[in-house]
Design a protein around this ligand. Structure first.
Ligand code: 6PG
Length: 263
């Protein structure tokens, strides 16, 4: 069902898996999520996740709310964070929190106190300070933030990930910072976690689908290391694993890509 591709010159230590289509890709991502939750459970820890925005993970979120995936997850042990947020109220259709809540969190027995959204309606600076305090409450020493068991991330056609946009400065001294990036009709004023936070995750899972991502995916994984132009290159977890789940349409630019038959 999937094919593995060796890491490219950008040396992101990436484990790239290619799936025939968005459907098989979404099921594979759901299975990874379940496996990660169960391995954390076997260690008697809480399952600390950061969710991504964007259209790509919609089907994944939907699948996770239902059998056979949702009923294998100990939802009471999950702590939900967000990797980035757009500066809109939480009930706005453009809110990353709202997307995950509507598609997934509202459908599972997750206690409300386990939901740690970015309160972007406070405005960028105040929201960044407030979220920094939230992250600190769940910090795992020596970090000032939680160590995510799983950080879900997308990839923009311009190479952005979370709300780390090309050409923007990154203040790596802060775990969360205001950000600005024009991307289609989406709100440009945002907040984002910074690379040190993502890079301390046990596992980062990039979710990439669609032919429009083919060029940028090849650049990020196999092109020169140019993190200012290609912010997704800033995320090679230092002690964790980086998995790129990619569909065939997005993988056509990867060298030597091969896709197994759909079973
Ligand atoms: C957001 C995101 C962002 C997203 C990419 C990919 O809030 O917009 O978190 O980083 O993941 O823009 O978006 P698509 O999945 O819609 O292509």
């Amino acid at each position: 069902m999937s094919a593995q591709i060796a890491p490219g010159v950008a040396n992101l230590r990436a484990n790239v898996r290619v799936f025939t289509d968005l459907d098989s890709w979404s099921h594979a991502a759901a299975l990874e999520f379940v496996n990660a939750s169960q391995s954390v459970r076997s260690e008697h820890r809480r399952f600390v996740v950061s969710f991504s925005g964007g259209a790509t993970p919609g089907k994944l979120y939907d699948l996770l709310g239902r059998a056979p995936y949702g009923d294998q997850i100990d939802w009471a042990a999950l702590e939900a964070f967000w990797g980035d947020e757009r500066c809109v109220p939480p009930n706005d259709a453009q809110s990353n929190y709202r997307q995950v809540f509507d598609l997934l969190l509202s459908k599972v027995p997750l206690p409300r106190e386990n939901i740690h959204r970015i309160c972007a309606e406070l405005g960028p600076e105040e929201a960044a300070d407030a979220y920094q305090r939230v992250l600190k409450n769940y910090a795992v020493a020596p970090l000032d933030w939680p160590r995510f068991d799983l950080a879900l991330l997308g990839l923009g056609v311009d190479g952005h990930t979370a709300s780390l946009f090309p050409g923007s400065d990154v203040d790596a001294r802060r775990p969360v910072m205001p950000a600005s990036g024009h991307y289609g009709a989406r709100p440009a004023t945002r907040l984002t976690l910074t690379p040190p936070v993502f890079n301390s995750a046990r596992q980062v899972m990039f979710l990439v689908s669609g032919s429009e991502k083919a060029g940028i995916l090849a650049d990020v994984l196999y092109g020169e290391y140019r993190p200012t132009a290609l912010p997704a290159q800033r995320i090679p977890p230092s002690e964790g694993q980086s998995i790129w789940l990619v569909d065939r349409a997005a993988a056509v630019g990867l060298p030597g890509h091969a896709v197994a038959r759909k079973e």
